[in-house]
Design a protein around this ligand. Structure first.
Ligand code: AMP
Ligand code: MG
Length: 524
């Protein structure tokens, strides 16, 4: 037996499929679109793609997982979703509220699960192909994904990981060899795009929508089974025997979701489709679609044209939407948790706790400790300056971090300005800097400590939509140079490097409203 297949055998032995063991599923193997009440998954084979072609393998992640570093033919076939016939794969059923409305059964329409693999240090990750074929939950869609959206998910999920934001990860990306039709702006201009698939990993892809799916059917038994499973497996700090277990679990989900929202606001990430089916029960960022990092600071900004004109999922609304979504989860759990008062108080605590943590984080971005009473206003002060002057969110903090006395405000902050500043604006900025320096001097933190906090909270590199557009346009033509640059740059987002300087530039004018950067839809 070759070394490669030996390694693979070891790896296969580490594969676990707890869903298949623990829950009822539809075993037919059929991918005909259908409702599966009372079943949490359907056995679903991956599609055969005869000319699939691996284009990227995330070696650092593979090393963490104990996966092969060298790519033999056998392993590449697995990455390309070509599996031995005795390996069963599956898609899960979930529901959700989309744009505020109950959407009934949804489910993994084009995501197919292999199960869980365990890393060298004992952590288990769910392994999922996205774009490897239609499932019973595809409804009228084709189960495919295009290169454009696959690259976007691949790079941004890794970028978020390196930014320190809880997220799903990306292991590999392949062209399927097929062309796929997409009408990007849903305006009758359908065109062919390259089909692609990726492998994404997360501790679990469990969503709020899985619980809603069972609650809607009033399936108390299965809802309880799923909750017990989730707690045992992903929340080992909660004692399942305690009568407060479900309340504690819900409190923990609120807490993780809140932390995630603080992270998103800190780095300027706009998810774009915060439907409850896209909300992770583990507090991870999942389902990267029409997202965007903020360029100019704008609480009203949404990249998702499907979300116009209401802008339900605009940047500034994300924390509140997360709470709305947590309400939907609480409603689902209330079917089996009779202590609804405790669920309610977890929800009632959310706002205070969010603002507390958010304000402290915004102060840390300014290098202020948050320990002094008079500092409290600084979180709002910086946001007001950013929004009235429409400065670039991330570049502003980078500029502030490198500010030195005697510099020209106009020259130093030019890199984060989208308009020629008026004299008044320059004066306002100068006053802000002077006051901020005074705050820093009076703070309990030393200047070194303050600078460290700024460096740890303010990225020097964020993956911008206009760069992603250029990257995907080049990749469509077979040129992956920019993809490799961005992949490299995103791994050290808190360091200033040649690549970060090259790519972390404010959005050029051409990209404001261009399809694929300023304007995105759910078509992917
Ligand atoms: P999203 O809002 O992109 O997370 O997708 C909502 C639902 O539509 C999920 O159930 C997806 O699995 C499904 N879906 C989206 N695009 C496709 C596709 N091309 N094929 C099958 N299902 C899809
Ligand atoms: Mg989704």
């Amino acid at each position: 037996m070759s070394q490669q297949s030996n390694n693979l055998n070891v790896w296969w032995q580490r594969l676990q499929q707890p869903w298949l063991k623990n829950f009822p599923g539809d075993e037919s193997g059929s991918t005909m679109p259908r409702q599966t009440p009372g079943k949490l998954y359907s056995i679903t084979p991956t599609q055969e793609f005869d000319s699939a072609h691996l284009i990227h393998y995330n070696k650092p992640l593979a090393a963490e997982l104990g996966l092969p570093q060298s790519l033999g033919e056998e392993f590449v076939s697995i990455l390309n979703a070509q599996l031995p016939s005795d390996v069963q794969t599956y898609a899960t059923a979930y529901s959700g509220h989309q744009f505020g409305q109950w959407a009934g059964q949804l489910g993994d329409g084009r995501a197919i699960l292999l199960g869980e693999i365990t890393t060298n240090d004992g952590h288990a990750y769910e392994w999922q192909w996205k774009g490897a074929g239609a499932t019973a939950y595809a409804r009228r869609a084709d189960g495919r994904a295009v290169l454009r959206s696959t690259i976007r998910e691949y790079l941004m999920s890794e970028a978020m990981h390196h930014l320190g934001v809880p997220t799903s990860r990306a292991l590999s990306i392949s062209l399927t060899g097929e062309n796929v039709v997409r009408d990007v702006m849903y305006d009758g201009n359908a065109a062919y795009e390259k089909g692609a698939m990726m492998i994404r990993l997360a501790e679990s892809f469990l969503r709020f929508g899985h619980f809603e799916f069972l609650a809607a059917q009033r399936d108390e038994k299965l809802l309880k089974d799923l909750l017990d499973f989730a707690i045992e497996r992903y929340f080992p700090n909660i004692d399942l025997q305690s009568e407060k277990a479900y309340v504690q679990w819900f409190e923990e989900v609120c807490s993780r979701t809140l932390d995630l929202m603080v992270h998103w606001q800190r780095v300027g990430f706009v998810h774009g489709v915060m439907n409850t089916d896209n909300m992770s029960a583990l507090g991870l960022t999942i389902d990267y679609g029409p997202y965007s990092m903020l360029d100019d600071y704008d609480l009203e900004f949404t990249p998702n044209t499907t979300d116009l004109p209401g802008k339900r999922y605009k940047f500034g609304a994300q924390p509140a939407v997360a709470l709305w979504n947590l309400n939907r989860l609480a409603n689902a759990i209330a079917l089996i948790e009779k202590d609804t008062q405790s669920l309610e108080s977890a929800l009632n605590n959310y706002n205070d706790r969010f603002w507390e943590k958010f304000d402290r984080t915004m102060l840390h971005k300014l290098g202020l400790s948050g320990e002094l009473q008079e500092q409290k206003v600084w979180s709002r002060k910086s946001q007001k300056l950013l929004s009235t002057q429409r400065l670039d969110y991330n570049l502003f903090y980078t500029c502030l971090g490198s500010w030195k006395d005697g510099m020209s405000v106009k020259e130093h902050f030019e890199t984060c300005m989208y308009h020629e500043p008026t004299e008044m604006q320059l004066q306002e900025l100068k006053t802000f800097i002077d006051d901020w320096q005074k705050q820093r001097e009076d703070d309990v933190w030393s200047v070194e400590h303050s600078s460290k906090a700024m460096a740890a909270n303010n990225p020097q590199f964020v993956l911008r939509n206009y760069q992603l557009l250029l990257c995907t346009q080049q990749a469509e033509k077979g040129n992956f140079a920019m993809f490799h640059d961005l992949y490299k740059a995103l791994q050290t987002p808190y360091q200033s490097t040649e690549l970060s300087k090259k790519y972390n530039q404010k959005r050029p004018d051409w990209a404001i409203d261009v399809v694929g950067a300023g304007q995105l839809s759910c078509s992917s």
